[in-house]
Every structure is written in structure tokens, then in C-alpha cells.
Write a protein that binds this ligand. Structure first.
Ligand SMILES: Nc1ncnc2c1ncn2[C@@H]1O[C@H](COP(=O)(O)OP(=O)(O)OP(=O)(O)O)[C@@H](O)[C@H]1O
Ligand SMILES: N[C@@H](Cc1ccc(O)cc1)C(=O)O
Length: 623
């Protein structure tokens, strides 16, 4: 087809589809953009193809040839309370890629197993062609969701919020990395039109003016119904009262929903069951903002295909029925340094027989028929705990990647019929190749005095490079970053995660990026992060830890001192030759490392064939 004809056809398809399903503005915008700066024909073709695929799928669902994703969510037990009418939602999801989101406030430095629960249906929706967003509440965490609480959340320091945002951001990107692998494993097709995003609400809430907020939303919001909400009533009568910020929290969450609805076409919000009130309030807020649009041509229609909807998942509780959460103090963390992969595996191994089937439905992407097979095999000999092993293996594949899952399964004496599953395409941690699953520990401590060092030496001290000269090269190639707001060399704006390339600046410059006088966040490449807590020099000395490149702790000095002490004891004279021989021996033995700080791991040298080669399906390397 001639390029111009393809473009016209795609634009036409877009317009038709959009007028039917309401992406009127984006199609219009696309047309405008195409005219103004020319949109690649291939892009328009992809859009049109995406639409066509969806229409074909809708027909198949209607004819019963393909399952509806809502029914899948329902039969697996994800749907608790629905904001909207299930039948209408089903029809909406059949005719339109409605997109969904789940938000997490970074009020701790890791997510926990409870957080996975609302994310699982989001991932299912993504597998089935709906765009999916995981939202980091960098801004809302600073307000503090009062839902279900009697006591207000503690105000977090700038350094805590920055640390939490950084850690959870990388945790979410690791989850997405593993979810993509699981999508391939379970044979769901990649769908270009089902975009997957990781956003932070400080991107829009930070710039939201009081005037806009009041003009578009607060002015039309009645306080009466808000006062009747359970959280508000209970916190005011039985708890420690409620601040205006807490009272308005649901409106900010609603503003997020509006932002994603307006900019990305996301129409569904999913959350834990304590989020039902916020989801319903968010839908009301979204509609108010939608209706308060002043420019008629910008107004999104309020027809049924534009209806915002939502649902909650059941609450994951511990054996005594208490919600798993940070505040309840019983969380099983996703951070491997808070709950090791071995412990995480063990936690799922200990689930009682009567719970394991429903947990397999909730926490894995295994088809229902496969779950039934596993359960039949399990019941034949429950003492083998096959169902628990399967559950633990699948959760580990999701949280830490399939390579780690296999390692832990082997630790727990589990055999996969004598052979490893076919889907291991991840390099193992000991190869030195970095992926989201093999990234080294990100939170480390260093003494305040490192701030007197050059950027290159700080990178070495943090274990991001193998030597100060490598650090120098990295900085000159603009390959190292410090967390900060772009264009503003004034450190990180709390709640945000932006990066500034490090330069060969004077040490004083580095101090400008230190948050609350104690936190510095560095990055090399895509996944290699260091969240450095700066402790006092006295505490550092007392800890007896050493960082790479720490002055007066070099290997030569250490070896010399040791040899001198040994020679003195034996009454011998220490020759230069002996020192050189001993040094070479230690180098050969690779003992030339900072041995007494296990947290700071220097980059492993990746053999050239591994860099070039590919991991085969059985986990070995193709040379
Ligand atoms: N145990 C759980 N079961 C199901 N969903 C959960 C659970 N814990 C958290 N969630 C959901 O995960 C999302 C993010 O939760 P949030 O950031 O409030 O964490 P939290 O651990 O519940 O916090 P806190 O205990 O401090 O209230 C929300 O939708 C919440 O409902
Ligand atoms: N309020 C949610 C997190 C969240 C934040 C912003 C949102 O837009 C959505 C959800 C919670 O505390 O669990």
C-alpha cells in the first residue's frame, strides 16, 4: 500500500474507533500532530492494527471462543467489591482497552506480599491486552492515606521519602521485568497496544496549583458525604482526629485517577479492600473534574464507554486474620535484604493445605487446569508439599526472577522432574551480568568524610566501579548519575526520582545533592543503584568496616603491616622481595578485596564470552 494511503487508512481507523469508543481527543490530536510534524506511517499502522486486533478479540469473546478477562479475575478470586456494575464493566472491557492502575504509597522502603495482591489482576489485564500502570505515590505519601487508621501516619523526613521512592521504583521495575518473562512463559502474546508504565504522582501533583484544584474539584465537592465516610468518622471519634490534608487525601487520589484517565485513557483503578472508599471517591472526583472542563472541544464525553470504574481485591491476612501490612508489623517483604528469597520461599512452603489452592489462583499465572493437576498430584501425597513448592516457585519467579526461584527450590530440595524449567533465560547472579534481578544491594552506609572525595573515588567507595581510575572514566563518559531534579543542581525533590549526570566537579559540589545531610543516591547504568546513608566518621570507625579506596587501608599497606608483625614475632628481617612475592600471591588468590564490608560488592568482571553470548533456555551459556 502507498504510504499516504496507509496513513489515511490508519487515521480513518483511529477516528472510527475513537468516535465509537471515545478516544476522540487522542485521535484528533494524532491527526493534528501528523499534520504538524508528521507521524511515522509505521506508527499509525501499528495503532490501526491494535484496534483491529481488539475488534477481532471482542467478537471472539462475544461468541464464547475466548474467555473474558473479567471472568478469569472472578474465578481466581480477585474481585471483592466493585465500583460500578459488573455486567457493564464486562461489556466496556470487551469493546475497549480500558487500561487499569494500582497505586502504592512509598511509606516504607519495600513493598510486601500484600501489595502483590492488587497487582496480580493488573498483570492479568495486561496479559489480556489492557494498558497497565503501577503508580508510585511519591506525592500522596507525603500527605498520608488515613484509610482504615485511627492514628495519623508519621511525617516522613525528606531522606526517608527519597530512599523509599528509589527503592520501590526499582522494585516495581523488577516486578515488571519478571512479569514480562512470565507472560512469555505462559504463552500470552506481546501486544504493542497494551502499554505498561511505571509512574510517580509527584510528576503532576507537585505542579498542581491550589487554584486549579479548587476551581476544578474542591468547589464542586460537598463536605457532607465526605464527613459520613467511615474512616473520617472513626478517626475523629475514636482516633487522634483528622488533619485537613488527610481529609482531602481521597481527592488527591481522585486527581491521579483523572490525570491517568485524561492523559492515558486509564478507566479502572484496582486496590486492596481498604481502598474501596478512595476508589469510589476517586471516581466521583474524576467525574467532577471531567465536567468542569471549560473548553467544550476538550471535554471528554460522559457516555458509558467513558465510565471510570474500579474494584478491590480481598485482603491478605496472616493466620490470625490480621491484614499483612507495614503498620501491622507482620509484613513479608519483597526486598531480599529484609526477607531473603530463602525465607520468602519458606513462607509459601508453610501455607496450610487448605489455603494453597486459593493462593495458587491468586499469586500465580498458572492456568486453572494446571492448578487442578497440581492439586490432584498434591493430594496423592500431601507430605511432598508439591502444591506449596509450586506456589513458592512461582512467587519467587515473580519477585526475584526464575533463576533465583530455581536456586531456592533446589535449596528446599525440590526436584523439577530432574530438569530445570525451560524458561530460564536469566543470567545467574554469579555471572556478574546485571539485570533487575541480579543488581547488588542498593542501601549501604559510608562515612560522612567520603564527601571530601572526588566523584570518581565516591563511585569506587560505593562499589559502583572497580577503581578510582575506572570511576574517572565513567564520570568523563557521563555514565554515572546522582539523584536530583534535572536542570537544578540542588538535590532531589522529595518524592521524585530524577537524575543528573555526575561531572568531574569539586567535592563541595557533591554535598549539594545530599538529602537531609545524610543521604546520597547514585546510579550507574540502568539497574545499579546505591542509596548511601552517610554515618558519622566515629560510628564508621567503630563499625570497623572499610570501604573500597578508604585512605590508609590499601592492600599493600595491610600486607606490609601483617608481614612486619609476623617478621617481628619471628625476629626476622623483612625484605622488599618478600613483600612483593606475598603481594603477588594474594593477588593471585584474589584476596585483594575489601573483605570486611559484605554490603559493598565491587562489580564482577564479566568474561568476554558471557558479554557476547546468550543464555540458553536451560540456563547455560551459548559461547
Ligand atoms: N495485606 C494486603 N492484602 C491486600 N492488599 C493489600 C494488603 N496490604 C496492602 N494492600 C494494598 O496494596 C496497596 C498499597 O498499600 P499501602 O501502600 O497502603 O500499604 P499497606 O502495607 O497497606 O500500608 P499500611 O499498613 O501502612 O496501611 C493498597 O491498594 C492496599 O490496599
Ligand atoms: N492510597 C493508596 C495508594 C495510592 C496512592 C495514589 C493513588 O492514585 C492510588 C493509590 C494506599 O495507601 O494504599
Amino acid at each position: 500500500m502507498a504510504p499516504q494511503a496507509a496513513i489515511s487508512k490508519a487515521l480513518l481507523a483511529l477516528r472510527c474507533a475513537s468516535s465509537r469508543h471515545g478516544i476522540r481527543r487522542s485521535a484528533w490530536a494524532l491527526g493534528q500532530a501528523h499534520r504538524a510534524r508528521g507521524i511515522a506511517t509505521s506508527y499509525l499502522e501499528k495503532v490501526a492494527e491494535g484496534e483491529k486486533r481488539w475488534e477481532e478479540r471482542a467478537v471472539k469473546i462475544q461468541n464464547g471462543e475466548q474467555p473474558h478477562v473479567w471472568d478469569i479475575l472472578d474465578e481466581r478470586g480477585y474481585i471483592k467489591d466493585v465500583a460500578g456494575t459488573p455486567d457493564k464493566i464486562k461489556e466496556l472491557m470487551r469493546v475497549k482497552r480500558i487500561g487499569a492502575y494500582v497505586g502504592v504509597d512509598p511509606t516504607a522502603d519495600s513493598m510486601h506480599v500484600g501489595h502483590l495482591l492488587p497487582m496480580m489482576p493488573l498483570f492479568w489485564l495486561w496479559f489480556h491486552g489492557h494498558p497497565a500502570v503501577t503508580l508510585l505515590g511519591g506525592a500522596t505519601a507525603r500527605i498520608g492515606d488515613p484509610s482504615g487508621r485511627l492514628q495519623s501516619r508519621e511525617i516522613m523526613s525528606n531522606s526517608d521519602i527519597s530512599k523509599n521512592v528509589t527503592k520501590i521504583h526499582y522494585q516495581l521495575s523488577r516486578l515488571w521485568h519478571n512479569v514480562s518473562a512470565l507472560r512469555d512463559k505462559y504463552g500470552y502474546e506481546k501486544d504493542w497496544a497494551a502499554k505498561q508504565r511505571l509512574l510517580n504522582n509527584s510528576m503532576w501533583l507537585q505542579g498542581l496549583t491550589m487554584y486549579d484544584f479548587t476551581k476544578r474539584l474542591a468547589r464542586y465537592t460537598r463536605i457532607g458525604p465526605m464527613l459520613t465516610r467511615d474512616t473520617v468518622k472513626r478517626k475523629m471519634t475514636e482516633g487522634d482526629g483528622m488533619s485537613l490534608g488527610e481529609f482531602m487525601y481521597p481527592l488527591f487520589q481522585g486527581w491521579d485517577f483523572w490525570h491517568m484517565y485524561n492523559k492515558l485513557g486509564v478507566q479502572m483503578q484496582i486496590g486492596g479492600s481498604d481502598q474501596y472508599g478512595n476508589i469510589v471517591a476517586g471516581i466521583d472526583a474524576l467525574k467532577i473534574i471531567r465536567e468542569s472542563e471549560e473548553m467544550p472541544e476538550m471535554k471528554i464525553p460522559s457516555t458509558w464507554t467513558h465510565e471510570p470504574v474500579g474494584f478491590t481485591v480481598p485482603l491478605l491476612t496472616d493466620s490470625s486474620g490480621v491484614k499483612f501490612g507495614k503498620s501491622t508489623g507482620n509484613a513479608i517483604w519483597l526486598d531480599e535484604f529484609k526477607t531473603s528469597p530463602f525465607e520468602l520461599y519458606g513462607y509459601f512452603m508453610r501455607r496450610p493445605d487448605e489455603d494453597v489452592e486459593s493462593l495458587l489462583k491468586l499469586f500465580t499465572f498458572m492456568p486453572m487446569a494446571k492448578i487442578q493437576e497440581v492439586m490432584v498430584e498434591h493430594q496423592a501425597d500431601p507430605s511432598k508439599r508439591l502444591a506449596q513448592h509450586t506456589l513458592a516457585f512461582e512467587v519467587l519467579s515473580l519477585v526475584h526472577g526464575s533463576q533465583r526461584a530455581v536456586q531456592e527450590a533446589q535449596q528446599h530440595q525440590f526436584r523439577f522432574g530432574g530438569q530445570l524449567p525451560y524458561f530460564i533465560r536469566e543470567p545467574a547472579p554469579d555471572t556478574g551480568i546485571l539485570t533487575p534481578n541480579t543488581a547488588p544491594r542498593s542501601d549501604i552506609e559510608l562515612p560522612q568524610s567520603v564527601l571530601k572525595l572526588s566523584p570518581a573515588k565516591i563511585l569506587y567507595a560505593a562499589g559502583l566501579v572497580n577503581s578510582a581510575s575506572e570511576g574517572q572514566r565513567l564520570v568523563s563518559q557521563q555514565g554515572a548519575y546522582v539523584a536530583a531534579r534535572p536542570g537544578q543542581q540542588r538535590g532531589l525533590v522529595p518524592g521524585n526520582l530524577d537524575w543528573t549526570p555526575m561531572k568531574m566537579w569539586f567535592p563541595e559540589e557533591t554535598t549539594k545533592f545530599v538529602i537531609d545531610d545524610k543521604l546520597l543516591i547514585l546510579r550507574k547504568g540502568k539497574h545499579n543503584i546505591r542509596i548511601i546513608e552517610l554515618v558519622s566518621d566515629e560510628d564508621w570507625t567503630a563499625s570497623k568496616k572499610i570501604y573500597p579506596g578508604q585512605p590508609y587501608t590499601g592492600v599493600i599497606r595491610q600486607v606490609k603491616e601483617q608481614l612486619r608483625a609476623e617478621a617481628e614475632e619471628k625476629g626476622e628481617i623483612l625484605s622488599d622481595r618478600k613483600i612483593v612475592v606475598e603481594l603477588n600471591r594474594r593477588k593471585r588468590e584474589e584476596s585483594v578485596k575489601v573483605a570486611n564490608n559484605p554490603d559493598i560488592e565491587l562489580p564482577k568482571r564479566v568474561p568476554a564470552y558471557l558479554k557476547r553470548g546468550k543464555v540458553k533456555n536451560d540456563g547455560t551459556w551459548r559461547r
